[in-house]
Design a protein around this ligand. Structure first.
Ligand SMILES: CC(C)(COP(=O)(O)OP(=O)(O)OC[C@H]1O[C@@H](n2cnc3c(N)ncnc32)[C@H](O)[C@@H]1OP(=O)(O)O)[C@@H](O)C(=O)NCCC(=O)NCCS
Length: 179
């Protein structure tokens, strides 16, 4: 299965390529954008390129990453699925928008088409997002997409740069989505 390409009103989503490193680095290299990521920002463009290569090395049934391109021009961000659990028909999403493109409704637009793909084409039953309590933008996005916050903070769920961090579990069922 190859990752499909999608067009939305303002965006083109296509499988990420190593040549997207420069675009993605505007997000992965940005300390503020990476504040709540599960790893530190890339130190340089080469590290972002290496992250893309690592993604491309994983079979798409386990991990898929789309480059989000603004139809008006420019690399706007990326969205991925990971932690695919076929037996329980669930996966998790990750999302990041380049600072200049933030809070314009673009990830809402991108995630809606990816959610549709995960439920309809990949036949998932449940989609998860694990979000730090202080990440108000990501929590707001999840709620806007229809996710339910299902837990209090799970303590010390992440270890980044020697520091443990809490996470909240958000979940979206296929039936929530259909409704
Ligand atoms: C989370 C993120 C992907 C949202 O993308 P976006 O394209 O800016 O989001 P949207 O414009 O579609 O906004 C959707 C909702 O998210 C919330 N939101 C987005 N940006 C926000 C901000 N700066 N402050 C508060 N809430 C915000 C709002 O609830 C918004 O709904 P509204 O427009 O009706 O207010 C983006 O903020 C980002 O890249 N953050 C850094 C990376 C990150 O933390 N990723 C998630 C790790 S779990």
């Amino acid at each position: 299965m190859t990752l499909p390409t999608f067009e939305t009103r303002r965006l083109l989503l296509r499988p990420i390529e190593e040549s997207d490193a420069q675009g993605l680095h505007a997000a992965f290299g940005d300390t503020e954008a990476m504040r709540f990521w599960d790893s530190l920002p890339s130190v340089d463009l080469a590290e972002t390129a290496s992250r893309i290569r690592q993604t491309l090395a994983v079979e798409q049934r386990w991990h898929g990453m789309w480059a989000i391109m603004a139809r008006s021009g420019g690399f706007a961000g990326m969205i991925n699925y990971h932690a695919v659990d076929p037996r329980n028909r669930r996966l998790a999403l990750g999302w990041i928008v380049v600072p200049a493109f933030r809070h314009q409704g673009l990830m809402t637009e991108a995630a809606q088409i990816v959610l549709h793909h995960c439920f309809a084409a990949m036949e998932m039953h449940r989609i998860e997002a694990l979000i730090e309590p202080e990440n108000t933008a990501s929590r707001g996005l999840a709620v806007k997409l229809g996710f339910t916050q299902e837990s209090d903070a799970m303590r010390d769920r992440l270890l980044v740069d020697g520091q443990y961090r809490p996470l909240l579990m958000y979940g979206l069922l296929q039936s929530d989505w259909a409704a």
